[in-house]
Ligand binder design. Structure first.
Ligand SMILES: NC(=O)c1ccc[n+]([C@@H]2O[C@H](COP(=O)([O-])OP(=O)(O)OC[C@H]3O[C@@H](n4cnc5c(N)ncnc54)[C@H](O)[C@@H]3O)[C@@H](O)[C@H]2O)c1
Length: 417
């Protein structure tokens, strides 16, 4: 049984480290200065909302270290680093992005790698530092490589994980991405992955791996911007965006995949909108011929603004008060990072409109539906299908899944029926 190290036991790190213990049969020694991981393991704090987390925590055998040096002393070779690389407030996609885009912040990552390098040198022990944290291309070269010494080897190994399905995504990724100066550097990391799945590895230079990680997210965001442009055209021409999406879904050869091609709210999540914004910063820094990703970030906001127009017009026509249903960015969850539902609420309030906002996965109590209102379904929660709105209400449904109800006008945006 091998022992791996893990630095940063947050939303991603704790779940992945526990998955390695349970499914890979490894011992994992983790370090995090926050008391939260220990509280979660003891059952004193709620775990992240992840499918299968209870089974993972039952009898969880994750060892907590009191210092990075203890992690270095205990690991066989590899230490994964999954500390936060946060964005500045207002750069997450919950509100329109400020005029000037920005890079992520790397002080936690620099500190974590510096501590590991120092400990490896003091202990004269060879350590492979596998950085999982998201960064823009060039960051390892600029900030992390200068910290390395003769005892440390760098591998960039970002995770393609969506919150809520972290365990399944970790156990069954489309591929494992590994960036290294020398392909031999990744071997101890691959040995660890071989114990949890047999998915292919894409091995490349560090800068290419850094770019691949954010490119994955920005391509998804771009698909959603295109899907929502089609939805808007359908709304204005009488075409049906679901028919269009169903047809495009057949073109798996040229369009690649049908996912993220259905009209709805803009892209959301803790990673995607912020990655677009940060890539816009990079485009400006590199003086690219076109800042197409910055354009996509603005397009996402403009499309949300158009939904706000639609709601405002209908509210003025009907005299109904607007209530947004849903705050989370994904159905069935309470996660609001980069949520397009928050962006829509922000845009409506910026216009001076009083907006009610309720999410059954986040707010206490229930919502009163006994008077007519103008409801915008911002999150595709299953629960909303069972809501019975008062006759005279208007429901704006960008996802196209809400059923008809007597006396209620349901506008399935960009759909014929
Ligand atoms: N959460 C996801 O679904 C997800 C998906 C893909 C990529 N990522 C990336 O993974 C990284 C981590 O994300 P997260 O959501 O887990 O962040 P998080 O904020 O939930 O957790 C980060 C953890 O690192 C700890 N930490 C900070 N400095 C440390 C140090 N010097 N030593 C040890 N621990 C330290 C913090 O206390 C915290 O518990 C980020 O770069 C993020 O962009 C996250």
């Amino acid at each position: 049984m091998s022992t791996a190290g893990w630095i940063g036991l947050g939303k991603l790190g704790a779940v992945c480290a526990l998955t390695l213990v349970k499914h890979g049969g490894h011992q994992v020694i983790g370090y995090d200065p926050s008391p939260r991981p220990a509280q979660i393991l003891r059952g004193d704090a709620p775990p992240p909302q992840e499918e299968g987390i209870e089974a993972l925590l039952a009898g969880a055998d994750l060892t907590l270290a009191t210092s990075p040096a203890q992690v270095v002393a205990t690991t066989d070779r590899v230490v994964f680093v999954a500390v936060q690389t946060p964005h500045s407030p207002a750069y997450g996609g919950e509100q329109p992005m400020p005029e000037e885009p920005r890079d992520f912040e790397y002080q936690y990552l620099v500190q974590a790698v510096r501590d590991l390098c120092r400990a490896a040198e003091e202990q004269q022990k060879q350590v492979t530092i596998a950085v999982v944290s998201t960064c823009l291309p060039g960051t390892m070269n600029r900030l992390i490589r200068p910290l390395l010494n003769e005892w440390t080897t760098l591998v960039y190994n970002p995770a393609f994980i969506a919150m809520g399905t972290t365990i399944a995504d970790y156990l069954n990724p489309e591929f494992v991405l590994l960036g290294a100066d020398d392909p031999r550097h990744v071997e101890p990391v691959l040995d660890i992955y071989a114990t949890v799945h047999d998915r292919p590895a894409q091995i490349m230079g560090i800068e290419s791996a850094e770019l691949t990680k954010v490119a994955y997210n920005v391509v998804i965001s771009t698909k959603i911007v295109v899907a929502n442009a089609l939805m808007e055209i359908c709304h204005k021409t009488g075409a049906d965006c679901d028919d269009v999406a169903d047809a495009l879904a057949m073109a798996t050869d040229r369009v690649v995949s049908a996912k993220y091609m259905r009209g709805g709210m803009g892209d959301g999540g803790h990673c995607h909108p912020r990655d677009l914004i940060a890539m816009s910063w990079l485009a400006q820094r590199l003086d690219l011929s076109t800042d197409v990703l910055g354009y996509m970030a603005r397009a996402r906001e403009a499309q949300s603004d158009w939904l706000a127009d639609l709601a405002q017009e209908l509210a003025e026509q009907t005299g109904l008060d607007i209530c947004i249903l849903g705050k989370a960015y994904k159905p069935g969850s309470d996660l609001t990072g980069g949520s397009p539902a928050l962006l829509l609420a922000y845009q409506l309030r910026e216009r001076g409109i009083k907006v009610g906002h309720y999410d059954p996965h986040i707010d206490r109590g229930t919502i009163a539906l006994d008077t007519p209102g103008l409801f915008v379904i911002a999150t595709k929660h299953d629960a909303f299908v069972d809501y019975r709105f008062s006759p005279g209400s208007v429901v704006i449904d960008p996802h196209g899944y809400m059923p008809d109800q007597p006396g209620v006008t349901t506008i399935r945006v960009g759909r014929k029926t």
